[in-house]
Design a protein around this ligand. Structure first.
Ligand SMILES: Cc1cc2nc3c(=O)[nH]c(=O)nc-3n(C[C@H](O)[C@H](O)[C@H](O)COP(=O)(O)OP(=O)(O)OC[C@H]3O[C@@H](n4cnc5c(N)ncnc54)[C@H](O)[C@@H]3O)c2cc1C
Length: 525
């Protein structure tokens, strides 16, 4: 069965024959392969389908027309920008992928410090243009190779949010093709061509559009968005090295990394608090020990040799590393002042400064994180909680304890309590809990059990609101606990905006459907 011929021809007349395909080879390429962040997990293994066709619109009008055709012929569809996350894979027969990579308009308003862009624009392009103008934006830890719009609609998380604030606050005017094909403009874009203001004059539905982590293509398509840029420092970060070992050299008169070895976890946390209280710094994060081993390994074999040693195990228990980035945004004197304050804080809490390279591979513009799962072949982050720092530490400790039951097949990390940091100048804490696994392990179903059942139940037990688990868990389980009954609201909103259920079904309830389908995930709620 294929997309109805009449529908296909109509779509072809909208985007042109060059920008539509149902070629089986091309469809395979859009099928959601092995790319990290859970692409080997059961939702994708058991539920992914080969799409029916792909269209590549160039304009909002073309997106709108394609969505209207989908509604007329009842064709499920989903948007994809760079296709980094699992929810970009078709999960229904004859689904249409609307690939937005041709929508690459980008304008920067330097004076008012915002960028007005389309969904094909990725962070490295935006960041480069912003930095030329003395501005910057938080790029996600996962790398600057991802698109700006979907990242703002979903996560937008990085240690840089310590200074730059949470991503939802950066969204300004929005142009949104609703699931039924109607266009809705938010903020000042609704009245005018200028998208500078998110709140006014028109409707501000950003809470509904994104909430905490958005809809993953289940609420139509954002074709244009204005995002806030922030003041940076004026010096250029020079590129150094040859792919894949490239890095950006920091201008050390204006930007500097510091690594401190703290006596214990408590002092590390106290120092983070104090840094925030003193309103210094651009980022302050705890470094999981295996990151250091990844960074210094020459190959996968080398990693396993080093990571399997007693020294590695010992380091997880005894090494408490605090990594801080200072930026002299306004002047060299600002950097010098902040350095003095930082050293006073570290002295008070008994930290020792260690060596660090004055370069950046992850946070400012690069994409080295695109291979962060190479040690095992599979990677998924199972927790993202923005709450207090205390919640981050206790939550990470609880998950580390539970993880022992699932190791192996999960990679041994010797009880590391995850990656925690402070956001918004210390006003909130942040926890991420990373999981590595071998996707070819015979016990892979235990990894699924960990991701879809064990972690959500632990979140509920400990009281962690997990921004990943709202869509990577059974909605009937977590939805009932969060809110409470937040899933009823989600279902109601979805029903109002997408009565035909065509925008990326069955998101956000794909895990519920998975559990009905496989016998190794047991429903007891
Ligand atoms: C290994 C790894 C590490 C990561 N680490 C981080 C991190 O530290 N911080 C962070 O913030 N993120 C992280 N991510 C997530 C990554 O940033 C996402 O891939 C990104 O947010 C989505 O951008 P994308 O270009 O990949 O979008 P896509 O994968 O193309 O789309 C993402 C979702 O949004 C939908 N979508 C796409 N475009 C639109 C649109 N225009 N309108 C409506 N819906 C749309 C899609 O259907 C899909 O469900 C990580 C991902 C991986 C794989």
């Amino acid at each position: 069965m294929a997309i109805p011929r009449e529908a296909y021809q109509t779509l072809e007349s909208i985007v042109g024959s060059r920008y539509i395909s149902e070629d089986p080879v091309v469809m395979e390429a859009y099928c959601g392969g092995r790319m990290g962040h859970g692409k080997d997990l059961a939702v994708d293994r058991e539920m992914n389908k080969i799409p029916g066709c792909v269209v590549l619109p160039r304009t909002t009008k073309e997106v709108q027309a394609a969505v209207k055709v989908a509604n007329r012929y009842k064709i499920p569809y989903l948007p994809a920008s760079t296709y980094w996350v699992t929810h970009c894979a078709a999960k229904r027969d004859n689904q249409m992928i609307i690939d937005l990579k041709r929508m690459t308009n980008l304008k920067i308003d330097e004076k008012n410090m915002y960028a007005d862009l389309e969904s094909g624009v990725i962070y490295s392009q935006l960041q480069e243009e912003a930095m030329k103008r003395g501005l910057y934006i938080t790029t996600p830890g996962g790398g600057a190779q991802v698109a700006v719009i979907p990242n703002h609609l979903t996560w937008g998380l990085s240690p840089l949010n310590y200074r730059n604030g949470l991503p939802a606050r950066r969204i300004l005017g929005v142009e949104w093709v609703l699931p039924d094909g109607e266009i809705l403009r938010l903020g000042s874009l609704s009245q005018d061509k200028d998208p500078f203001w998110g709140e006014g004059f028109g409707p501000d539905l950003r809470g509904l559009l994104r909430g905490w982590t958005g809809w993953f293509g289940a609420m139509g398509i954002v074709t244009r968005m204005a995002v806030k840029l922030l003041p940076f420092q004026p010096e250029r970060l020079e590129m150094s090295g040859i792919t894949p070992d490239t890095t950006l050299l920091l201008p050390v008169n204006r930007m500097k990394w510091y690594n401190f070895r703290m006596p214990d976890r408590k002092s590390l946390v106290e120092a983070m608090y104090e840094i925030g209280r003193s309103e210094i710094g651009a980022a302050a994060t705890k470094v999981p020990i295996f990151w250091r081993y990844i960074a210094r390994s020459k190959s996968k074999e080398d990693f396993w040799e080093q990571w399997g040693s007693d020294q590695a195990k010992n380091e997880v228990e005894t090494n408490h590393i605090l990594r801080v980035l200072l930026i002299g945004y306004t002047s060299e004197a600002q950097l010098a002042y902040e350095e003095r304050v930082l050293m006073d804080i570290i002295k008070e809490y008994g930290g020792q400064m260690g060596k660090t390279r004055q370069s950046d591979e992850s946070w400012i513009k690069n994409a080295d994180a695109a291979g962060m799962w190479w040690m095992t072949g599979g990677y998924v982050s199972v927790e993202v909680t923005v709450d207090t720092i205390d919640c981050a530490v206790k939550g990470g400790e609880a998950l580390a304890e539970l993880k022992r039951k699932y190791t192996p097949p999960l990679m041994e990390d010797y009880g590391d309590p995850g990656w925690f940091q402070v956001s918004e100048l210390g006003h909130n804490g942040y926890l991420e809990f990373l999981t590595y696994y071998d996707p070819d392990d015979a016990e892979m179903h235990r990894t699924d059990e960990w991701v879809y059942i064990a972690v959500p139940k632990e979140d509920i037990r400990v009281g962690l609101f997990n921004g990943f688990k709202i869509y990577e868990s059974p909605l009937e389980l977590t939805g009932a606990a969060y809110g409470p009954n937040v899933h009823h609201w989600m279902n109601k909103v979805k029903q109002v905006f997408d009565p035909n259920g065509l925008s990326n079904p069955p998101v956000p309830a794909d895990v519920d459907e998975l559990i009905e389908k496989v016998d190794y995930l047991k429903k007891d709620w």
